[in-house]
Design a protein around this ligand. Structure first.
Ligand SMILES: [Zn+2]
Length: 291
């Protein structure tokens, strides 16, 4: 695999492979676009398609100034963790990256199984991307690996991260399938895995299955862990996983940005201090996700 060898140590971005040193600070969990439901048509979106001219113009107008502003903070890159089929069409990531002179690391992978009757899910067949439900595991490993090694939807833009997610502390059968797929695609390509992990205990079910599949846990980022790191008992569990190499990503999801007394932030900040005190500060990465 000569191609993989020459890419070793490089980061795959919307503008091609780059040296890690050119990224500066990296926001590790953001979304340029996440289109799960067509509210005007009242239909679930299950196929990726190029953005409409209006959507394109809107994203360029709204997102580019924010990305440009990040340069002043030595931040030149972010991981876009919207997965198929709800992410942008590949050329739009490239256009935004070029307009803002920014590095965007685009995701392949799968979202969690969503309970029927919540959010946009009105029918059981929409509780996850229908392709993820129906296609065989091996075909989906091939799909994710191809998006990383060759390109997304026939374009030369290669995914640079695998997104996975679960709902509860214990995974559903479908979520187990997606974690096995993600693990195998990770091992075939070397890119990192980043997760949606909002419940206490889910960090362990996620890491256990990735570990069983033989993934190097240093290539895993467990996401949305503000709650986990604020909770003393769960923080202890997280620290044990950090000793084994896993990384944790607190985001501001569920943490009010305008909390008048700052109490929830205090818990998270104290949790972050405790992780540094324990000598594992290098296992923390950061992102905002929720504005
Ligand atoms: Zn997110």
């Amino acid at each position: 695999m000569t191609m993989m060898k020459s890419m070793s140590g490089k980061v795959l971005t919307a503008r091609g492979p780059v040296e890690p040193s050119s990224l500066g600070r990296v926001l590790m969990h953001e979304h340029l676009h996440c289109d799960m439901y067509n509210w005007a048509m009242q239909t679930f979106i299950e196929k990726e398609a190029p953005a409409s001219p209006e959507r394109r113009a809107y994203l360029l107008k709204e997102a580019v100034p924010h990305l440009k502003a990040c340069h002043a903070h030595d931040c030149h890159a972010y991981c876009d963790v919207t997965m198929p089929p709800w992410r942008c069409w590949p050329d739009l990531y490239r256009e935004v990256a070029e307009a803002a002179d920014f590095h965007i690391i685009v995701a392949t992978g799968f979202y969690r199984e969503v309970e029927v009757g919540t959010y946009w899910v009105k029918k059981p067949e929409h509780r996850m991307w229908p392709t993820a439900i129906s296609a065989p595991l091996e075909a989906l490993v091939e799909f994710c690996s191809k998006e990383i090694l060759e390109g997304i939807r026939g374009s030369p833009l290669r995914a640079g991260v695998i997104k996975l997610g679960t709902s509860a502390s214990e995974m559903t059968e479908l979520e187990k399938k997606t974690f096995r797929i993600g693990a195998r695609a990770q091992k075939a390509t070397g890119v990192h895995i980043t997760t949606h992990c909002t419940r206490l205990g889910a960090e362990t079910s996620q890491l256990k299955i990735l570990d069983q599949e033989g993934v190097d846990l240093r290539r895993v980022v467990i996401g949305h862990t503000a709650w986990h790191l604020s909770d003393p008992a769960c923080r202890k569990v997280c620290l044990d996983w950090m000793k084994r190499g896993a990384n944790f990503l607190p985001t501001n999801l569920g943490i009010p940005t305008k909390d008048p007394d700052g109490k929830q932030w205090e818990g998270l900040i104290a949790g972050i201090h405790r992780v540094f005190d324990a000598g594992h500060g290098d296992k923390l990465v950061f992102g905002l996700d929720s504005g």
